[in-house]
Design a protein around this ligand. Structure first.
Ligand code: PLP
Length: 461
């Protein structure tokens, strides 16, 4: 058979459509249009099979924090594959990269209040990690003699993955509609989306307190002795980059403390420098018990995920638990852990978290905020190197487009045609670029976004 590199774009698309079931894809559409075939990458750019260069403002899928083309990561994988490509970590066995990575992550995770993170559980993805969270949370309460504490509260429009538990913890109605989700003992409260749900005359901070209060209402409705945990993303990513008001997280912390329930911070998007810190709970100052990570721990170069297990949970699981009947073949995969160590070394050497919370983050935020003057933009907000804007019909009345207008998809189409990858979530456009952006690249990105907004505006009016 001809090697894939010698196939034409049309041939690859035909084989793709014939054999490859993609995540979150309408295969009817795919068969008609053909997938875009991404073939190579460098820095902040990717190229497709037709040679078109695209500024990847989504870092793959919130992954490539150190940018593309890092030889150190390829070298780390090669060396580890030649030394020990795989061994499991079940049944009293371990491997050096996994031990080193767990130790490194424990050192990077800041202690907040009485919460510290000395332990890590490894998986290969965010979804598996959140499944592991459900198992650990239930085991924790069982071991404490409170087996009725089973309910985990999540938020509407949150994304926590695609496994049965991950999709149930998430609050995506389209996912729940397929496959009888959520599974039992998972329920949801609303999200803190000020632009959408803020009341007339209500300040952002008042809104933050009111929406955090929904957690307390839900706990009281269920009975506190039935509630095991609350799970949330520091900033909702896949839901459209919903940045909570400053008052939100402190109030959530007050509520989980009051009722003694566990707090799970799903940092699959927000950790590893994206918000200017190794872990995002530090940015918002709350004290999670479990922290989910994946994606940028290896900058997406190889699959790896996991859970930082805080001292409160680890103590019970380890001291009282005996054998925990849970784990994955690839928990602590030596090659993935070696790549993660090399990735973290790059982030440390280039001071990427410091860069994002320092001058570079300020410049990105300042340039991004300029988009607020665009007639199509209701509000454009960023935090660190993640940003979102809402497309509106009328800036002054905040009138929105209807779903059938497909405004996000129109804008996304203009982005692709003009060399920019930006994601559309309904009427929101979002980005999460590599943390390595230079001033010139930030300027280029903002120029491209503005151009695509102009073209969208022209098409709609
Ligand atoms: N949690 C969050 C916050 C995510 O954004 C994602 C993926 O985007 C996941 C979990 C699921 O991760 P994965 O796709 O690696 O299973």
């Amino acid at each position: 058979m001809t090697p894939p590199s010698q196939l034409s774009t049309q041939e690859i698309q035909a084989l793709d459509s014939a054999h490859f079931i993609h995540p979150f894809t309408d295969h009817g559409d795919l068969a008609t249009r053909g997938a875009r075939v991404i073939t190579r990458s460098e820095g902040v750019y990717v190229w497709d099979s037709e040679g078109v260069k695209l500024f990847d403002a989504m870092s793959g899928l919130w992954c490539v924090n150190v940018g593309y083309g890092r030889k150190e990561l390829a070298e780390a994988a090669y060396q580890q594959m030649m030394t020990l490509p795989f061994y499991n970590s079940f049944f009293q066995t371990t491997n050096v990269p996994a031990v080193k990575l767990a130790t490194k992550l424990a050192a990077l995770a800041p202690k907040v209040g009485d919460r510290s993170f000395q332990h890590v559980f490894f998986s290969s993805s965010g979804s598996e990690s959140n499944d592991s969270n459900v198992r650990m949370v239930r085991r924790y309460w069982d071991l404490l003699g409170q087996p009725d504490r089973k309910v985990i509260i999540g938020r509407l429009n949150a994304y926590h993955g695609s496994t049965m538990a991950g999709a149930s913890l998430g609050g995506m109605s389209a996912m729940h509609a397929q496959g009888d989700l959520p599974i039992p003992n998972i329920t949801h409260i609303g999200q803190p989306y000020y632009f959408d749900d803020g009341l007339a005359g209500e300040s952002a901070d008042e809104f933050g307190l009111r929406t955090a209060g929904w957690l307390e209402e839900k706990i009281l409705e269920l009975g506190a002795d039935k509630v095991a945990a609350f799970i949330a993303e520091p900033i909702q990513g896949a839901g459209g980059v919903i940045i909570p008001p400053a008052s939100y997280w402190p109030e959530i912390q007050r509520i989980v403390d009051k009722y003694g329930i566990l707090l799970i911070s799903d940092e699959v998007i927000c950790a590893f420098g994206r918000l200017g810190h190794w872990f995002a709970y530090e940015k918002f100052g709350y004290k999670p018990d479990l922290v989910t990570f994946a994606k940028a721990v290896t900058s997406g170069y190889i699959p790896l995920g996991g859970v930082m297990v805080g001292n409160r949970v680890a103590k019970v699981l380890i001291e009282k638990g005996g054998e925990f009947n849970h784990g994955y073949t690839y928990s602590g995969h030596p090659v993935a852990c070696a790549v993660a160590l090399a990735n973290i070394e790059i982030m440390e050497t280039e001071q990427l978290p410091q860069r994002v919370r320092g001058e570079m983050g300020d410049y990105f935020g300042k340039r991004y905020a300029e988009l607020n003057d665009h007639p199509l933009v209701g509000v454009a907000e960023s935090c660190g190197f993640v940003a979102g804007l809402v497309l509106v019909k009328n800036k002054h009345t905040k009138e929105r487009f209807v779903e059938d207008d497909a405004v996000g998809m129109i804008c996304r189409g203009h982005c692709f045609s003009n060399g920019l990858i930006m994601r559309a979530v309904g009427d929101r456009m979002i980005i999460a670029p590599p943390l390595t952006l230079t001033h010139a690249e930030i300027d280029e990105l903002m120029r491209l976004i503005r151009l695509c907004l102009d073209l969208t505006q022209q098409e709609l009016h």
